[in-house]
Ligand binder design. Structure first.
Ligand code: Q46
Ligand code: ZN
Ligand code: ZN
Length: 318
């Protein structure tokens, strides 16, 4: 197996591009894919101050690394979700990377600063853990970026993530979500600009990038992914991609090129007011994050294992 660029020994094959790369040219390939996404979707200006939402996993550390190496002033924000030892290791990996690059890392701890953690939010609101978690992360990433004057929030969603979300939205014909599933959302109504520059790279590629760059990351899956169909959609798309390399990328990138605009009218971007409690933009009197804060006030902390058991097997147990 030889590198497509220099003919030295290759370390990885990328079947959808019919290409193999040595270490140096694979790193360059990853950077080029990110720069292409940034260019094609007008994600960032060279002097934008960006805030990378970091989880300690391979994707967010890889995109932080690539943005720093390409000259962006990129700080990180980490949200402590309170998911037992999983969260402890995730924070450790994030702090280690930030120290190694001597960059700023902002940490927000859900329990210490807002009085709840993800297991308790799930137990008290009846939402699947990922729903309570997603609302909390989005709110804190956005509010941190706005209050500290960052130009954009960057998330580490990769091609597999985006294709799986698209698959789920198509399966249930969520045309409002389809209309909003874009890799860059401009700032509006008090929300910061949000971008997903890893949209052209797969999970396998971001993992390989971290390994080759010597970046240590959280390798365990989040134990609270129970009740989340995302993993099943990813597995189905990966099976298809083995049979027909490139089909996953064609599905997602083809949607962006030829279909997303057709759903724009369904995207439901109406006028927003301000949350009565925190001032964040929302279409309700109180935003979804503040409703979680209110519902969990005074509640005993729910153990991770108990919440996992409740959703195990894909069905909520009464
Ligand atoms: S951290 Fe949160 Fe993920 Fe864990 S609870 Fe779900 S959403 S799986 S990216
Ligand atoms: Zn090479
Ligand atoms: Zn609020």
């Amino acid at each position: 197996m030889k590198c497509k660029v220099c003919r030295d020994a290759a370390v990885i094959d990328i079947r959808r591009h019919n290409a193999n790369f040595c270490e140096e040219h694979f790193i360059r390939y990853c950077q080029q894919q990110v720069l292409r996404a940034i260019h094609d979707y007008d994600m960032l200006e060279p002097d934008d101050r960006v805030l990378v939402a970091v989880s300690g996993g391979k994707d967010s550390l890889a995109i932080w690394d690539i943005l720093l190496d390409n000259g962006w002033k990129a700080d990180g924000v980490y949200v402590g979700l309170g998911i037992g030892t999983y969260s402890d290791t995730s924070l450790e990996m994030t702090e280690r990377y930030a120290r190694s690059r001597e960059v700023e890392l902002i940490t927000v701890d859900l329990r210490a600063e807002h009085g709840f953690d993800v297991p308790t939010a799930s137990a008290e609101t009846g939402r699947v853990p990922c729903s309570a978690c997603g609302i909390s992360k989005r709110h804190l990433f956005d509010s941190t970026a706005v209050s500290r004057g960052y130009d954009a929030v960057i998330t580490g969603h990769n091609l597999d993530d985006e294709a799986a979300v698209l698959f789920g939205n198509v399966m249930s014909w969520q045309t409002d979500y389809l209309g909003r599933q874009r890799p860059m959302l401009p700032a509006r109504d008090g929300f910061p600009k949000k971008a997903k520059p890893l949209m052209r790279l797969t999970e396998r590629e971001t993992a390989a990038y971290c390994v080759l760059r010597g970046i240590e990351y959280q390798i365990d899956e989040c134990p609270m992914a129970v009740g989340n169909k995302h993993l099943a959609y990813k597995a189905a798309l990966n099976d298809l991609d083995v049979e027909s390399p490139g089909s996953k990328a064609a599905f997602y990138l083809g949607f962006l090129q030829r279909a997303v605009d057709r759903f724009e009218g369904d995207s439901g971007r109406g006028d927003l007011g301000q949350c009565a409690r925190c001032g964040a933009p929302t279409d309700a009197a109180v935003c979804a994050f503040c409703r979680i804060v209110q519902r969990t006030e005074g509640a005993a902390a729910a153990p991770v294992e108990v919440v996992i058991k409740r959703y195990a097997g894909g069905r909520r147990r009464p």
